[in-house]
Design a binder for this molecule. Structure first.
Ligand code: MD6
Ligand code: FE
Length: 216
């Protein structure tokens, strides 16, 4: 039911400047959603979602995989990007054209030209999954934005400031929404509140977030 309300409300949702350099493009990925999901199937066959360990020894509640030349990984040794999937020892699956094309169009729409992501992190949230407040700072290229695509169940995205203590805005990210994030807010703290159990018509009880990153 919530899903239906979300969709009925879509018409009223406008592009929103979250902060300087950060913009939400509601429904920007809706036309490609099926194609994105089709392209995701062989990726997660080759590189299945897995629950990574944090350097502190906790297990994340979000399951992750990657595609592209580089993938983001976390283990007891720390966070990093690497060309090989540690699970298989093989290269990550290639980034599908439909992924790259969408990411570049969204970046351009937000005013970021020549976005060339080498990495695409794919996060799978189940009811109860959350992402604690963090900064994305493992990328060497500090000028490039991050492009984030949300599919499936809605989630509440928290967007804070440059200090962990800064207050947070709350944004509901729905199926098809894209957030582009760079410039003055590139290193703002952000996170995802515990995802509620609300079935999505296309994806069931999951939320998938795909983020594109230009590492160098
Ligand atoms: C998520 N996103 O939406 C988690 N990071 O599931 C992120 O951590 C994120 O959406 C940087 C820029 C955009 C994001
Ligand atoms: Fe992040």
């Amino acid at each position: 039911m919530a899903d239906l309300f979300d969709q009925l409300n879509d018409d009223n949702r406008q592009r929103q400047i979250i902060a300087e350099g950060a913009v939400c493009l509601p429904g920007f990925a809706l036309n490609e959603a099926h194609e994105l999901l089709d392209a995701l199937t062989p990726i997660v066959e080759q590189a299945p979602y897995r629950y990574l360990q944090t350097p502190g020894g906790h297990t994340m509640s979000v399951a992750m995989t990657n595609c592209g030349h580089l993938g983001w990984v976390s283990d007891r040794k720390g966070y990093r990007y690497q060309a090989l999937d540690p699970r298989s020892g093989q290269a990550w699956p290639a980034m599908p054209e439909v992924f790259l094309n969408l990411a570049q169009r969204a970046a351009s729409e937000a005013g970021y030209r020549r976005f060339q992501p080498q990495a695409c992190l794919i996060n799978q949230y189940r009811p109860g999954s959350k992402m604690s407040l963090h900064q994305d700072k493992d990328e060497n290229n500090r000028a490039a934005p991050i492009v984030s695509v949300s599919l499936g169940m809605s989630a509440t995205f928290l967007f804070g400031g440059l200090r962990r203590e800064d207050s947070c805005q709350k944004l509901i990210l729905q199926h098809g929404d894209v957030v582009v994030w760079g410039g003055a807010s590139r290193f703002c703290f952000h996170g995802v509140q515990t995802v509620k159990d609300r079935e999505h018509s296309l994806l069931g009880r999951q939320r998938i977030n795909i983020t594109f990153r230009q590492i160098y």
